[in-house]
Design a protein around this ligand. Structure first.
Ligand SMILES: NC(=O)c1ccc[n+]([C@@H]2O[C@H](COP(=O)([O-])OP(=O)(O)OC[C@H]3O[C@@H](n4cnc5c(N)ncnc54)[C@H](OP(=O)(O)O)[C@@H]3O)[C@@H](O)[C@H]2O)c1
Length: 392
């Protein structure tokens, strides 16, 4: 690995998409919590809105401003050339994201995003992982509620279990929250492209090195009542289980044979069935362009839950881990998962890449692989709970 020298770049961190819904929350978090002397800049396509945001931020006079548009590749390349770390909330990533991944891979800048789109992550692996390994860039997708609590929660659970033995971990997600226009648009894009998603996953599998002496799997499971958490467990087809599996492939600590299953936990069966029917209806409607347009008009980019709704929102992910004769129950919990806590996880991950003493990694990496211990400690200090509930 030949890490390019990035320390002489003008900024430690550039936040792209700063004028969007999560972008602004992330900017506010960084302004309130960034270490003294952080050299950082806000980037977005509208300079006037950027200036207005900078004026609102405490200490904003010290913050740089860069205009960049996903439709103008030279402005995207300039972001990567000006920063050690580039954090982007410009999504849906399948529409706007690739040029920035390519530029970071090529210039050796670390890259992170909030992408929960499996097709995009797989395409970026095939197209840019090799170049990022050459330059030393770390490309870390899914640094928000997708998939930090699940990836670091599984990592935390594994570390409570014996080493060198087969391990299983089940994750059960419960949350009360609303979502933004940006998240809705990304979900609709995903629902509309099932064939492309499968093709990208197959292509990735052809390019990825095989694990030879260990196994790591995340099988599709079936709905069931899970007495261990006292709730109905519905398989969650989000990107999270794929991310956990990639961490297990990358890290020997997950043992010789690791299996992860990912569920939504719902107390009452009618509620569970209603949830499945609603997601199924949106996924079916997303296949038809007029219905997709109608749906996307319901929640526009830039819209999202207000501060009062966010303050009432919460999440809890319970994990049940087993192996080597031990069984452990752990929990990761916090406030508003989609936005308040996503902005916190995203900002802390960016600061971790910029400043923490991390294991030497490069290419497309997961949060557990790139920053497992350091990011867990940062999030704990920032109020996200990681705890062992019981051990047997
Ligand atoms: N669970 C999670 O991990 C999680 C949680 C929240 C969000 N997300 C993801 O994060 C992304 C952002 O969500 P959001 O709610 O913040 O959405 P949003 O408010 O719609 O923000 C999207 C951002 O993209 C920018 N943008 C769009 N086209 C652009 C272009 N051509 N050039 C430059 N910038 C452009 C917008 O700029 P303007 O400000 O100029 O319009 C805006 O800043 C979505 O993909 C969403 O799925 C993930």
């Amino acid at each position: 690995m030949s890490r390019l020298k990035t320390t002489d770049r003008p900024y430690d961190l550039v936040l792209f998409g700063a004028t969007g819904f999560v972008g602004e929350l992330t900017a506010e978090y960084l302004a309130a919590h960034a270490p003294a002397g952080l050299r950082w800049a806000l980037a977005a396509r509208d300079e006037r809105r950027l200036e207005a945001l900078r004026e609102r931020l405490p200490g904003g006079a010290e913050v740089g401003v860069l205009r960049a548009d996903a439709a103008e590749p030279a402005t995207i390349r300039a972001l990567a050339e000006h920063a050690r770390v580039v954090a982007t909330t410009v999504g849906p990533y399948g529409r706007y994201g690739e040029d920035l991944v390519a530029a970071c891979a090529d210039t050796g800048a670390d890259y992170l995003d909030l992408c929960g789109e499996p097709e995009f992550v797989d395409l970026m692996y095939v197209r840019h992982d090799a170049r990022a390994r050459e330059t030393g860039a770390r490309l870390v997708h899914a640094c928000g509620f997708d998939s930090v609590p699940h990836d670091l929660g599984a990592y935390f659970t594994v570390r409570q279990l014996p080493e060198g033995v087969p391990l299983t971990v089940d994750g059960f997600v419960t949350a009360d929250a609303a979502f933004s226009g940006g998240t809705f648009a990304s979900a609709l894009d995903q629902f509309a492209r099932p064939r492309q998603m499968i093709a990208a996953a197959r292509d990735r599998a052809r390019h990825e090195p095989r694990l030879l002496s260990r196994r790591a799997s995340a099988p599709t499971s079936v709905p069931r009542f899970a007495p261990e958490v006292g709730a109905w467990a519905l398989p969650l087809p989000t990107i999270d289980a794929q991310i956990v599996r990639r961490s297990a492939k990358a890290l020997d600590r997950y043992g010789p044979d690791f299996r992860y299953r990912h569920y939504a936990a719902v107390r009452h069966l009618p509620m569970a069935l209603g949830g499945v029917a609603a997601v199924g209806a949106v996924a079916a409607a997303a296949q038809l362009p007029p219905a997709r347009r109608w749906l996307s008009d319901r929640l526009r980019p830039g819209d999202g839950p207000d501060a009062e709704k966010r303050a009432r929102s919460w999440f809890r992910v319970r994990f049940v881990g087993e192996g080597g004769g031990r069984r452990v129950f752990t929990e990761v919990s916090g406030g508003d998962p989609g936005y308040g806590e996503t902005a916190k996880m995203f900002a802390e991950a960016a600061l971790s890449l910029a400043f923490d003493d991390l294991p030497p990694t490069s290419g497309q990496v997961t949060t557990a692989q790139a920053m497992g211990d350091a990011l867990t400690e940062r999030l704990r200090a920032a109020g996200i709970g990681f705890r062992v509930a019981a051990t047997f």
